[in-house]
Ligand binder design. Structure first.
Ligand code: SF4
Length: 220
């Protein structure tokens, strides 16, 4: 195993920052960061800004409902606490049925959902330089995902909170970059684990050993 040069929290065995019941490691980020920088973030969370509201709403939901409600319900609880009534949904084509159910949940909660599918704009993949061989189905019209347009259409609706429903890795990055509203995720796409990417990590010592195989990883 190669020596890790730039130690960070992933190399920590203490997590002392959480309950202060162990000790900080030598390379601790908490000890290394400027006190003023921490203080500045605390000031942000203490104020009346939207960032403060969001930080406190998230903590309140964690504290109130710890292990009691699902992420679907947590998003409802979060939206209410930050006064977000118009909820944008950036849906993957593959998750549209789940998005339709989520829309029902939001409406039942008195919220106003508005959904934009990833294929909006209907631009063939060839138009952005993707060869036929990389289409899921070759030699037919196949629209590319258009996360920038998804974000722009939700921006035009002046949504207060946008929810990612299974956008591809990278398409989700662009969506988040172009979204005016805050973004949270309901479904993280993972085509081989039923949208539960943690499964691959949980099984890294058994069924998914290849995720730690440098030869495999270099081939990707
Ligand atoms: S901040 Fe310090 S104590 Fe906390 S996880 Fe990182 S290295 Fe460990």
């Amino acid at each position: 195993m190669a020596k890790v040069e730039n130690l960070s929290c992933s190399e920590c065995g203490q997590m002392h920052c959480y309950r202060r019941n162990k000790k900080f490691p030598e390379f601790c980020l908490t000890e290394g960061v400027e006190v003023a920088q921490v203080a500045q973030t605390v000031k942000t969370y203490q104020g009346d800004s939207i960032d403060a509201k969001v930080a406190r709403a998230a903590a309140e939901i964690e504290g109130l409902y710890y292990c009691q409600i699902s992420r679907v319900e947590e998003i409802v609880a979060f939206a209410k606490r930050i006064d977000a009534t118009r909820i944008g949904i950036a849906s993957c084509l593959g998750l549209i049925e789940e998005s339709k159910i989520f829309v029902k949940v939001l409406r039942a909660a008195g919220l106003e959902p508005y959904t934009v599918l990833c294929k909006v704009g209907s631009v063939d993949k060839s138009e952005i330089g993707i060869p036929e061989t990389l289409k899921i189905q070759c030699d037919c019209y196949e629209a590319c995902c258009n996360p920038i347009l998804q974000a722009q259409l939700l921006n035009a609706e002046k949504t207060h909170l946008n929810v990612v429903m299974g956008l591809c890795v990278g398409h989700d990055s662009l969506f988040m970059k172009y979204s005016d509203a805050l973004v949270t995720t309901l479904v993280t796409k993972d085509r081989v684990t039923g949208h539960n990417p943690a499964v691959t990590l949980y099984t890294s010592k058994s069924y998914n050993k290849q995720i730690l195989d440098p030869v495999h990883l270099k081939s990707l």
